[in-house]
Write a protein that binds this ligand. Sequence first.
Ligand code: PLP
Length: 424
Amino acid sequence: MSQLSPVLKQATPVVATRGEGLHLFDAAGRRYLDFTSGVGVTSTGHCHPRVVEAVREQAGRLIHGQYTTVLHDPLLTLTERLGEVLPPGLDSLFYATAGTEAVEAALRLARHATGRPNVIVFEGSFHGRTMGAAALTTAGTRFRAGIGPVMPGVAVAPFPDAFRLGLSLGLSEEEAVEHALRGLDQVLATASAPAETAAMFVEPVLGEGGYVPAPAGFLAGLRERADRHGILLVVDEIQTGFGRTGRFWAHRHHDGVVPDILITAKGLASGFPLSAIAAPTELMRRAWPGSQGGTYGGNPVACAAALATLDVIRDERLVDNAAEQGRRLLDGLRAVAAAAPGVADVRGPGLMIGNEFCHPDGSPDPDAARRAQQTAADLGLLLLICGVHLNVVRMIPALVVTAEQIDEALALWSKAVAASAAQQ
Ligand code: PLP
């Protein structure tokens, strides 16, 4: 008898048979409040009726229309519609399926367009599991141990983790940004000469690395250095995009910063595998012929799901809802943390919030995080863990979440945290 790979670790014991909005159901009919959204994917909730309808309709017309063989309407319409939400000037799109493929495409484009070999990433970064993206990933050795040598030409600069830098060096947020930018300048002076650096890849909020938002000023500092040295600024919005953080793109929290290449996936198609990179046409043109393609990229059904997703986000004002419910969730989680010394920091914009568990001396406490996450699952609230030290419990509900569902989650979380503390 065959079985799933034992290496595929399960965050919860749930076997889901159905999803609806914020809820998943198992075969016994037990209802779970899903604050994982399939790792930030089901932006419109599980099986939003408009997404389901669009997918059904499209599946009856054309399921596969390989995009270097034929073009199709969902792909062309989506390309037009994304123009309404993309940053100014990023008017050319290339589609793939998984996020990691889009990261690879951005990497190829950056090297082709600049003729430079190196890339700079930031501590705690996660950009994917394929070999190029894995080389850009520093969110934990678990993502690349034993698979190397990975792609050379990657230098790592500090990320301004304000909570950690506050604890260890007593720095304010502003000082943390200065510290990280000084570290970047040092990398450019010692490890990757500007003339050899094609791009900097950055997440506006570290995702797998622990839900650490880039404080004000950091992205602007990167933009300034990118402009000064002719380096491309690649913003990976795979986890942060599509309204998740209370703005359509998380980099919009950083006034005036426009990336050269933007990478999106996850929330884009409400669960269908679709990813994309966007760049100015002039830049995209510099990718070498043959470097962009793939069998499944821009799949018609996935594009139809993305179009419906855009409609739902607009019509149900989900970006505003993410901001509003995110504030409610953040306040509630901070109230829980105030009564639970093990939760040392609660942070994040919109509906992308991390709860960092630490020992009294400030060192990471992954066991407490795991206990709280597991207890929450037992109580019916599904959550995921992230962080370099696996000590951050993240909350990423669908953008359709209501105030009542936030309150229900907070009540369950409060019990889970108390139970975790009692088990210590
Ligand atoms: N980049 C970021 C910021 C991510 O969060 C992820 C996935 O979690 C990826 C890239 C990789 O995406 P995928 O798992 O679809 O390959």
